[in-house]
Ligand binder design. Structure first.
Ligand SMILES: *Cc1c(COP(=O)(O)O)cnc(C)c1O
Length: 267
């Protein structure tokens, strides 16, 4: 997204021709693909909260619609919870929105800073993986002991301190809410999306609900804002289409300092 290219060099068309793209937050665009290929779609994969085109929360009912469509057509619903997993709630977006996926991918948070990726899901699917099933999946560093120990420590702390989620989400709603107020007051075209401890300030007047509308953002303006903030000691994500994340380590005082500079820039 940041580089503005839809694919990647080195990926043959034979691979991409098996992939269909639908529009985020647009159930109809998904249903249309199922109408065209009712028996051929193996899986639907989605970031339950878009966080790689800036933060784009699911609109009311969108994830439920995906669940219903996948159940109807016997298709596997995959949530990419690499960002939302153990962030929105201990049970990730599934718990936060009350929608169950069939498979879930994880990364980032589950390694507590160590390199980790993982997937999990329904027993009948996971039993397909070797040694129980015919799907062979392994890697030299799979289950690396240091990363597993770090991740286990991280997840144990989160499990034993469920209040972290309430305070993190409250902090997000306050902090990003303040940015939203500043954006509304500002003469600069800007819109703010918020989901728990995730937020984005988009430099556009459009409501950002999918990739198309995210793309209307003025990335040169974002770059200018980024430089202003970093010159004042605030290190934001270096691209318009990256998210802002709050951490349990952020204090209210630090966030108030950030808001001062956002105000100075925007007003
Ligand atoms: C970072 C990210 C990935 C990639 O995870 P890796 O562990 O680097 O493979 C996948 N999905 C989302 C939503 C991400 O943010």
């Amino acid at each position: 997204m940041t580089a503005g290219i839809p694919g990647s060099a080195g990926v043959p068309e034979g691979c991409t021709q098996d992939t269909l793209s639908a529009i985020y937050n647009d159930t109809e665009s998904v249903q249309k693909l199922f109408d065209t290929f009712p028996d051929e779609i193996a899986a639907v994969i989605v970031e339950p909260v878009g966080a790689n085109m800036g933060v784009v929360p699911p609109q009311q009912g969108f994830l439920q619609d995906l669940r219903a469509i996948c159940t109807k057509y016997g298709t596997v619903l995959i949530f990419d919870e690499v960002i939302t997993g153990f962030r929105l709630a201990f049970g990730g977006a599934q718990e936060y929105f009350g929608v169950d996926a069939d498979l879930i991918t994880y990364g980032k948070i589950i390694g507590a800073g160590m390199p980790v990726g993982a997937y999990g899901g329904k027993k009948e699917i996971m039993e397909q993986v070797s040694p129980l099933g015919p799907v062979y999946q392994a890697g030299t560093l799979s289950g690396n002991p240091i990363a597993m120990a770090a991740g286990l420590a991280q997840l144990s702390i989160l499990k034993n301190h469920p209040k972290i989620y309430r305070s993190l989400n409250e902090m997000g709603s306050w902090f990003f809410g303040e940015i939203k107020k500043i954006a509304e007051e500002s003469q600069i075209p800007a819109t703010v999306n918020i989901c728990g401890s995730l937020g984005s300030l988009f430099f556009t007047n459009e409501t950002v609900r999918n990739y198309e509308t995210a793309k209307t953002s003025d990335t040169a303006k974002y770059a200018d804002y980024f430089r202003y903030m970093i010159n004042h000691g605030i290190y934001l994500a270096p691209a318009q289409f990256e998210a802002m994340f709050l951490s349990a380590a952020h204090t209210r005082k630090e966030l108030e300092d950030v808001l001062e500079f956002v105000r100075d820039y925007m007003l």
